[in-house]
Design a binder for this molecule. Structure first.
Ligand code: BDR
Ligand code: CA
Length: 319
């Protein structure tokens, strides 16, 4: 059931008709829980892709999160099983074997249906120009394949809001590459070169949104199944980050594009040009972000994020 719009949305007015393309993934899971609980978002469908874990698992995980959120009317479409050109690279060590950390997983049934790329093409063709937002929180394979299959869909897109890329912070999978871009740099190139507006939440801003114990506890204290699932995913992420990275609290990447759609005032952005390195093995997936001569560019780089504001939004929505 769609969440009831009204006072519960605290008067936030940003409205978006959107498709969420993701690879759940613990932080994708929190992003979906936030989106499913937000009346301002009219979710046409969720598409999944191979990324953090294999394609069959990301589709299943999206259906699990949808069930927990009580949003079974939103269709989920399984998508590409490998990147366009490069060899697949998964990130299960950050997301657990299942992709959803150590959460107890309910059974969900398979859902045969059109391929995610077919759904993207058909749905965008069905909508007027400039009306549909696409959020991408995994490798960009599905969207790039849809653009290659039917370039006319590009004009139907209002905004593409992605989690991907790194500039000042450096990479999280190599010295200069962020995972979603590294996992399919050729797809990212197709999307950035498409001419569609792309708002880019890279590591520079997502590292400003950290899952501290207090923030997780505030969500957990809500005491409902959505909040319990989000708290479990966040706590797993925090544990892994402390173990294998630098003892810092886990950054909350994928909810940022969703939060930007609902509450853009929590973020600052700057126009830029972005190109993706696809040739050199050492810098494969590096995002070159250039702020000079960028006024006419369709790309915007998110420079700052209000970490407490993002967590307050998640807490308020999951209540
Ligand atoms: C991104 O990589 C994935 O592991 C996360 O889900 C997020 O989308 C962060 O680099
Ligand atoms: Ca992801």
């Amino acid at each position: 059931m769609r969440p009831d719009p009204g006072p519960a949305d605290n008067g936030r007015v940003s409205h978006s008709t959107l498709i969420i393309d993701c690879d759940p993934g613990v932080d994708d899971g929190v992003a979906l829980l936030l989106a499913f609980a937000s009346p301002a978002l009219d979710i046409l469908g969720v598409t999944t892709v191979a990324g953090n874990v294999a394609a069959a698992l990301t589709a299943r995980n999206a259906r699990i999160i949808r069930q927990i959120a009580g949003r079974d009317e939103v269709p989920v479409f399984a998508g590409c099983q490998r990147p366009m050109i490069r060899v697949p690279v998964e990130a299960g060590h950050f997301h657990g074997e299942s992709g959803l950390g150590d959460m107890a997983l309910p059974d969900v049934s398979d859902e045969p249906g059109p391929h995610a790329v077919d759904f993207l093409v058909a749905t965008l063709q069905d909508h007027p120009p400039g009306t549909v937002d696409i959020v991408v929180t995994g490798p960009f394979t599905n969207l790039a394949m849809a653009m290659v299959m039917e370039p006319a869909i590009i004009g139907r897109i209002r905004r593409i809001v992605v989690m991907g890329g790194a500039r000042l912070e450096g990479g999280n999978i190599t010295a200069s590459a962020e995972y979603n871009i590294f996992a399919d740099p050729h797809a990212a190139h197709v999307v950035f070169a498409s001419g569609a507006p792309v708002i880019v939440h890279g590591l520079d801003s997502t590292h400003q949104v950290r899952a501290t114990e207090n923030r997780i506890a505030a969500i957990e204290a809500l005491g409902n199944p959505r909040a319990a699932a989000a708290a479990s995913l966040l706590r797993f992420s925090r544990k892994i980050e402390h173990e294998i990275v630098r003892g810092l609290d886990a950054p909350l990447h994928d909810p940022c594009p969703i939060a930007w759609l609902i509450a853009p005032e929590l973020f600052e952005t700057a126009p830029c040009q972005i190109t993706v390195e696809t040739a050199s093995p050492l810098t494969l997936g590096h995002t070159a972000v250039e702020f000079r001569d960028a006024q006419d560019s369709p790309h915007r780089w998110v420079t700052t994020a209000n970490g407490q504001g993002v967590f307050d939004l998640i807490t308020e929505r999951l209540a």
